[in-house]
Design a protein around this ligand. Structure first.
Ligand code: NDP
Ligand code: 2IT
Length: 445
């Protein structure tokens, strides 16, 4: 494999798809050495087959607002690879959504799902629809229209979507309602369902919990824990919410949260009471963090800024891709941060990651750190298939075991001669090998 040549060819074929090309380059650079050691991979063009999605579905989604005005959004489902299990991955509703972003997310999902050790292939979908400021009826009509098309290509053994940015239990409910009506079936075709109609306990918290379990493994391997640590979080969505709860439980202190309007810094810590207030703010559909500074005098609001120049011990970006750049990375290092783990998908730019590696910091990528979300989706699928529900403790125990196993795999493939663990390399190699060997077993399809 020649990484530069492969990337050049992909750039020529998919011009302007920057996020997708960024995600592919990272994986190719990590796996180059082991790829070239196994001639079978080259002989069967495994990488050429892996970097192109199996199928890309794009459809028009018309919907009517509360005033009777008709709007049209674009809907997508990128079914990337199903070598080790049915397509699996979230749906993102955000105005920034385009094919490049969904292809990067779908590509990452292949390796993340492989790391979970559960039988799930990689996919992602969504729409440029903006749920912000929309009424529930508008969101419902959009979701129903979206599912009229999506239902043709998904199924409980084919492709199982879930949530991501802008898609939570409410949206999954509307999507599921329409699927159920169209198919006349009540099956586990979506995950992140409501607890009364097939959802799994712990799924809402799972991504954040899993991220903290993984970070805890990294700290422990270095003789440390969360106790007394000051943790900077970005975002205040689904992932940040679960992470903040678990950090508090483990004795750490969350000192920042961010929203599209800016971030808040609270040296007294985001206590459980403040986490509840954050949920209220999110439910208000305005999705801004500024009101925190009115409610709690210890919380200072910084308009239009990101939290990465606040001194902290651990940073966990939980908002979106490329939200932490080289300058932010240098600020974190300068201010004494020693551990950065990605709650979001690809939140650190390649230049930021280079800074972390150069400074031998504890750094781990989203596909390992945030895999607890999709892993618990996998546990939801198992419960649906068995037609029973596990207790919260049972799901949480399995989630912890899965995160521990992912950590072991990352160390196995990422440990360097001087003992430093390159978690990015480890995660990419471990995730890749399982999928690549499955593809070899199945021949050229
Ligand atoms: P939510 O919609 O619950 O929260 C996302 C947060 O990030 C919001 O505060 C949002 O504000 C902000 N955000 C989103 N897009 C942008 C943008 N372009 N620029 C600045 N801020 C942005 O999503 P989740 O918490 O579910 O997802 C957060 C991250 O975690 C994403 O990268 C997602 O892919 C990843 N992830 C999610 C999993 C899950 O189970 N939900 C599992 C694994 C990873 P706003 O929208 O107003 O901009
Ligand atoms: O990025 C992700 O892993 C998710 N949004 C969760 C996907 C899922 O199928 O649960």
């Amino acid at each position: 494999m020649n990484v530069n040549k492969l990337i050049q060819n992909l750039e020529a074929r998919h011009p302007g798809e920057v996020e997708y090309l960024q995600a592919v380059r990272e994986v190719l650079e990590s796996i180059e050495e082991i790829y070239n050691e196994n001639h079978q991979f080259e002989a069967y063009s495994i990488i050429e087959r892996l970097v192109e999605p199996d199928k890309v579905h794009i459809f028009r989604v018309p919907w009517v607002d509360d005033n009777g005005k008709v709007f049209v959004n674009i809907g997508y489902r990128v079914q990337f690879n199903n070598a080790i299990g049915p397509y699996k991955g979230g749906l993102r509703f955000h105005p920034s959504v385009n094919l490049s972003i969904l292809k990067f997310l779908g590509f990452e999902q292949i390796f993340k799902n492989s790391l979970t050790s559960l039988p799930m292939g990689g996919a992602k979908g969504g729409s440029d629809f903006n749920p912000k400021g929309k009424s529930n009826m508008e969101i419902m009509r959009f979701c129903h229209s979206f599912m009229l098309e999506l239902s043709k290509i998904i199924g409980p053994d084919t492709d199982i979507p879930a949530g991501d940015i802008g898609v939570g239990t409410k949206e999954i409910g509307y999507l599921y309602g329409m699927y159920k009506k169209l198919s006349d079936e009540h099956t586990g075709v979506l995950t992140g369902k409501g607890i009364n109609w097939g959802g799994s306990l712990i799924r809402p918290e799972a991504t954040g919990f899993g991220a903290v379990y993984f970070t805890d493994e990294m700290l422990r391997m270095n003789g440390d824990t969360f106790k007394g640590k000051r943790v900077a979080l970005s975002g205040f969505g689904n992932v940040a919410w679960g992470a903040a709860q678990k950090i508090n439980q483990l004795g750490g202190k969350v000192i920042t949260l961010s929203g599209p309007d800016g971030f808040i810094h609270d040296e007294e810590g985001i206590t459980d009471e403040k986490i509840d207030f954050m949920l209220e703010l999110r439910a208000s559909n305005e999705d801004i963090v500024k009101p925190f500074s009115f409610e709690y005098s210890s919380a200072k609001f910084y308009q239009g800024k990101r939290p990465w120049d606040i001194p902290c011990d651990i940073a966990i970006p939980c908002a979106t891709q490329n939200e932490l750049d080289k300058q932010d990375a240098e600020n974190l290092v300068k201010n004494g941060c020693t551990c950065i783990t990605e709650g979001a998908n690809m939140p650190c730019t390649p230049e930021a990651i280079e800074v972390f590696h150069r400074n031998k910091m504890l750094y781990a990528p989203g596909k390992a750190v945030n895999a607890g979300g999709v892993a618990t989706s996998g546990l939801e699928m198992s419960q649906n298939a068995m037609k029973l529900n596990w207790h919260a403790e049972e799901v949480d125990k399995r989630l912890q075991e899965i995160m521990t196993k992912i950590h072991v795999e990352c160390v196995k493939y990422g440990k360097e001669e001087d003992g430093y663990v390159d978690y990015m390399k480890g995660a990419n190699i471990a995730g890749f090998l399982k999928v690549a060997n499955a593809m070899l077993d199945m021949g050229v399809v």
